[in-house]
Design a protein around this ligand. Structure first.
Ligand code: FAD
Length: 444
């Protein structure tokens, strides 16, 4: 008896892709115009987001549209791909169908779950109410709104203590996101906003970067970590390492040594967790909700379901953990499309009954890591030997990183558009469109 929704024989195979991020989009692009497949890509937003540049939207260097592209537009020429905007809320692996918030049901022969990660709070989910995460455009705009509104309030208030609190930004998490945010905020207040205020000196904005472990940018070499710290401190960022956050209340951080810090903006850049849809597959997940797939990226016990990108916890062929980065997600999306194409080819030959055993193993090509530490400064670590820091690393980031990461067809146009906006320091990015609610309040 065929399972509900399964296509047989020569009919087109229904491929359902959940998520138009790096993994989902790359899979759809690789399957595009292969008329053996009828592909449906469902995303809860209408855009593919270039997350590596989110911090620049949060720190008012770029606007949201600078770092996002309509998924529909990217796939306009892929005639066998239908793009739908809906939030998937459930997956029924027995009937091979997913359900959306809209009430629609999506049947599949093959499913790719590529719904990415969300901000994780290590079991303290209530901290989400008092902090700002950075995973979506809405998050980035909320951070920018908060910090810019706080500066406006600081200019307005006559209370010194209120001004001190308003002019404190705490960033929890000394990984690339925290470091990039801290550096870019320092640039914003020292350069871009320097002459814009009369009563406050924006360069006095306290930017405090808090890390529980000994070092910032843990996966980098010791001299690169030291360089990052020294540079951040030289542009006015207060770096506090080995400082564990034990509790967060509205506007207050509590630390393990019983001290606390008042900050009107608290940004949480300390953890991520997999999208909760992984639980719907009924297979084992790790503490972060991620799935360890088979070497071909299919889910154990389900050759028709694949996971990719930030939902995956796996080691590469050399035994190293595959990191949650955009190139890994794109490579996985491309690999899964190839597995599907190869499978249909095998079905027609004498190895049809071994088609699952013959699937190729995913191999990760590590392109290295880069982190920006304020304008004109960065660190790059690639392979065993390539280590760059300073301006040359920043140039490498600007041109190579974006060019390789983005899966769009018009790479050069996108690169030039972003680079121009970034270098010009887009002033419209500083417009506060919807002030936060508390801006109306009399006091903090
Ligand atoms: C601030 C930040 C900075 C980063 N910097 C870098 C960097 O410099 N270099 C680098 O390589 N990587 C970086 N990363 C990591 C990189 O962005 C991720 O590894 C990559 O985006 C993962 O791709 P993905 O396809 O798994 O998920 P995503 O790109 O997150 O895409 C997931 C998609 O699924 C959609 N979705 C989610 N839930 C649902 C649902 N229920 N229904 C329908 N659609 C859904 C989302 O809208 C989204 O479009 C950064 C990440 C962040 C947050």
């Amino acid at each position: 008896m065929p399972t509900h929704g399964v296509t047989e024989g020569n009919q087109k195979r229904k491929v359902l892709i959940i998520g138009g991020g790096f993994a989902g989009l790359e899979c759809a692009l690789t399957l595009s115009n292969d008329d053996r497949f009828d592909v449906t890509l469902v995303d809860r937003t209408n855009h593919h987001l270039f997350q590596p540049l989110l911090y620049q939207v949060a720190t008012a260097s770029l606007t949201g549209p600078d770092i996002a592209r309509s998924i529909r537009q990217v796939l306009a020429k892929a005639k066998n791909v239908t793009v739908l905007m809906d939030e998937i809320t459930g997956i029924d692996t027995a009937t091979r169908a997913a359900s959306g918030k809209s009430g629609h049901r999506y049947e599949y022969d093959y499913l790719l779950l590529a719904a990415g990660a969300r901000t994780g709070y290590f079991g303290n989910d209530h901290w989400a109410d008092y902090t700002l995460g950075l995973k979506s455009l809405a998050d980035a705009q909320a951070i920018r709104r908060k910090v810019l509104s706080n500066l406006e309030r600081a200019e307005l208030t006559t209370s010194e203590s209120e001004r001190t609190k308003l002019m404190t930004v705490a960033i929890v998490g000394g990984g690339p996101t925290g470091v990039e945010l801290a550096g870019a905020f320092a640039d914003l207040v020292h350069r871009s906003l320097k002459s814009n205020f009369r009563r406050i000196d924006t360069s006095k904005l306290r930017i405090i970067l808090i890390e529980g472990f000994k070092n910032l940018l843990e996966p980098y070499d010791a001299n690169q970590r030291d360089y990052a710290r020294r540079h951040l401190e030289s542009i006015g960022v207060e770096v506090r390492t080995e400082t564990k956050v034990t509790d967060i209340r509205p506007g207050v951080l509590e630390f393990g040594d019983s001290t606390n810090l008042e900050a009107a903006a608290i940004i949480w850049a300390a953890g991520v967790a997999a999208n909760p849809l992984t639980k719907a597959l009924g297979v084992e997940t790790d503490r972060g909700g991620r799935i360890t797939p088979n070497p071909d990226l299919s889910v154990p016990g389900h050759p028709e379901i694949f996971v990719a990108g930030d939902l995956v916890a796996m080691k590469d062929n050399e035994g190293k953990v595959v990191p949650g980065v955009a190139p890994a997600a794109s490579q996985m999306g491309r690999h899964i499309a190839r597995v599907l194409k190869e499978e249909l080819r095998l079905e027609k030959g004498r190895f049809a009954d071994r088609k699952h055993d013959l699937r190729p193993t995913f191999r990760y090509w590590d392109k290295g890591m880069m982190a920006i530490i304020g304008k004109n400064h960065a660190v790059v670590k690639a392979g065993k030997a390539l280590r760059l820091q300073g301006f040359i690393a920043w140039m490498a980031w600007l041109f190579i990183h974006i060019l390789f990461l983005i899966g769009f067809r018009n790479k050069l146009a996108v690169l030039l558009g972003w680079a121009t906006a970034y270098l010009k320091n887009t002033p419209e990015a500083r417009i506060i469109m919807h002030p936060p609610k508390e801006y109306e309040a009399a006091s903090l």
